[in-house]
Unconditional design. Structure first.
Length: 584
């Protein structure tokens, strides 16, 4: 079975979403910022296609907790089990769907047989499953026995349950046909009780005594009779059998191992051709095991379709581009887009900065100098806003991406905004060959923060400073270059007369060695040629220095660029916020 279309109305944080899934798209990874509704999409599929007749639904599952408008979830499914295609089953309720996702009233040549499955929940909180027709002319009640044929299951948080034999666990369902588990559970419980009751082992007794002492020592509680016994977390009728590795139950393993084991057991219980749903696939897994799980899910034909969500850059990097679907949510109006093919700009971004695809707002910088500068700007502004009880950049979903050059940055920014992200680009203006791409990005809606024409970061700063400000900038250079002599040598190579050893620009001008314009040019040339700030850490230091010397840049391009970036990072920022912070 395959899900070809999903429409969600008034469910949790989603007011409306209509999503068409290409034919034969077996593996789908939903990405996007937190709270956009990724988990709700999986839960909507689970509720609609599961075989439970009484799933728990509350008022808070309605959009904005408004029960006056019903929850409606529609799933169009094709590649149906043969048992459902019979006229005695659901054969008379079939619709058709073509390769482009267009629905037809009845199956026709060139279309696949499909069912339009609808779940509706009104203010009574009673779910009703039906099969609908394209023209709305007919509606047929869908029974849980039919939904069981869809073999859809969600890897849930009840991991320990699925690693034990109980009436409701996956292991219990696997064993149910011949009741072998029920007989075994009864015999095992009886034998275990008798064995434990007759046990008299000095070594074991000594061990439990030491354990009891240690529990009391660390303040775990008040313990007086620690001893071996049965697992009393389950009743004898509920099941005392569990999966073990040698003498260790799998329920004692780490979260990642248990989750993987639970996935396998649930898959076996669902049999072949299952639709698998995994929320936050990376949960509890190291990167190497996560990569292996992705490979397994993509290659295992026993799953007809797999839907996962993730917040992990590892998944974004490793999953094929065409399998990644980005969910955007604007006040409940949700939109799902598959990434374009795995070539060009999208692939370069996915490989170099996969975390960008998990954000709401992205700032693409020309290089590492601007990236480091921006990180310091965010750190400082976050601190000010926290003092005012306002959100920080991370809460706004903002990330910074190194665009890897002036020719690449505006291209990446444009690609991101076309995928639905809010995007800004922070660039130099010394290379005019990139202007056409910058204009295209700006026309697409990208916010452009750019130095004055002809300047890069270093030359823009130097051009905005007076002599004392330039001297202070040189002292910062001493910090990042580790010694004063190194800075003097950099300046000499840039054209400073060799008999000058002072880093006080006021002295250069006073003795006639150069004028202010000449000093600006020399310092700018030295910074660029010797790459004073061409890494993130040095960019951080430069950003800290700029913010500590903001008065030196009043009414300059430097201030304008900083204000543009701050307004993008913090959408609620209004004129006068800085003054309010100072007053407080």
């Amino acid at each position: 079975m395959q899900i070809r279309e999903l429409e969600i109305t008034h469910f949790r944080g989603i007011k409306h979403l209509k999503w068409s899934i290409p034919k034969d798209r077996r593996f789908v990874c939903v990405i996007g910022p937190g709270d956009s509704g990724k988990s709700s999409v999986l839960d909507a599929i689970d509720l609609t296609l599961c075989d439970r007749w009484n799933p728990a639904i509350a008022d808070t599952d309605f959009y904005d907790s408004d029960v006056s408008t019903p929850i409606v979830i529609r799933c169009v499914v094709s590649d149906l089990p043969k048992s459902l295609l019979k006229e005695s089953s659901l054969g008379l309720s079939l619709s058709g769907i073509d390769d482009l996702g267009e629905l037809h009233q009845d199956p026709e040549d060139g279309t696949d047989a499909a069912l339009i499955i609808q779940l509706c929940v009104d203010d009574t909180l009673e779910p009703a499953w039906t099969i609908e027709r394209v023209d709305g002319s007919d509606s047929t009640v869908l029974r849980s026995t039919h939904r069981r044929e869809f073999a859809t299951f969600k890897v849930d948080d009840r991991i320990d349950t699925h690693l034990r034999w109980t009436k409701t666990s996956a292991l219990g369902r696997i064993s149910a046909p011949d009741n072998s588990a029920g007989t075994a559970m009864a015999l095992a419980s009886r034998a275990a009780r008798e064995a434990i009751a007759d046990l008299d082992d000095e070594n074991l007794s000594a061990l439990t005594t030491r354990i009891q002492a240690k529990l009391n020592e660390v303040g775990c509680g008040v313990f007086e009779s620690i001893q071996p016994g049965l697992d009393t977390s389950l009743s004898s009728t509920g099941g005392n059998l569990a999966l073990y590795e040698s003498n260790v139950p799998l329920t004692n393993y780490g979260l990642g191992s248990k989750r993987l084991a639970g996935l396998v057991v649930q898959q076996l219980a669902a049999a072949n051709r299952a639709v698998l749903l995994i929320d936050e696939i990376e949960h509890g897994l190291e990167p190497h095991r996560l990569v292996r799980l992705l490979q397994y899910l993509k290659s295992d034909d026993s799953y007809s379709q797999v839907f996962v969500t993730t917040h992990s850059p590892v998944v974004v990097e490793q999953a094929p581009t065409e399998n990644l679907a980005i969910l955007r949510n604007d006040s409940g109006d949700a939109l799902m887009r598959f990434l374009p093919d795995g070539t060009g700009t999208t692939l370069r971004m996915r490989r170099s900065r996969p975390s960008s695809f998990l954000a709401r707002r992205v700032i693409v910088t020309e290089g590492r100098t601007e990236e480091g500068l921006l990180h310091e700007l965010i750190r400082r502004k976050d601190r000010e806003r926290l003092a005012l009880g306002q959100s920080v950049a991370a809460g706004e979903g903002t990330v910074v991406q190194d665009g890897e050059g002036g020719s690449e940055a505006p291209v990446r920014a444009r690609a991101l905004i076309e995928l639905g992200y809010a995007v800004a680009v922070f660039m130099d203006s010394d290379d005019r060959t990139v202007d056409a791409n910058v204009r295209k990005a700006e026309s697409a809606g990208v916010v452009v923060a750019r130095w004055a024409k002809g300047h890069n970061t270093e030359s823009q700063l130097a051009a905005s400073l007076d002599a004392p400000g330039l001297t202070s900038l040189l002292l910062l250079g001493v910090d990042v270059r580790s010694s004063e002599s190194t800075v003097v040598n950099d300046l000499t190579q840039a054209g400073l007369p060799g008999d000058i050893v002072s880093l006080k620009v006021e002295d250069w001008i006073a003795d006639g060695s150069t004028d202010l314009a000449g000093a600006r040019g020399l310092i700018s040339k030295a910074m660029i040629a010797s790459k004073w700030f061409k890494n993130v850490d040095a960019g951080n230091s430069l950003g800290e220095w700029i913010l500590d010397h903001q008065d030196d840049f009043m009414d300059s391009t430097v201030c304008e660029v900083i204000e543009t970036l701050q307004s993008f990072i913090y959408p609620d920022l209004r004129p006068g916020l800085e003054d309010a912070a100072e007053d407080e």
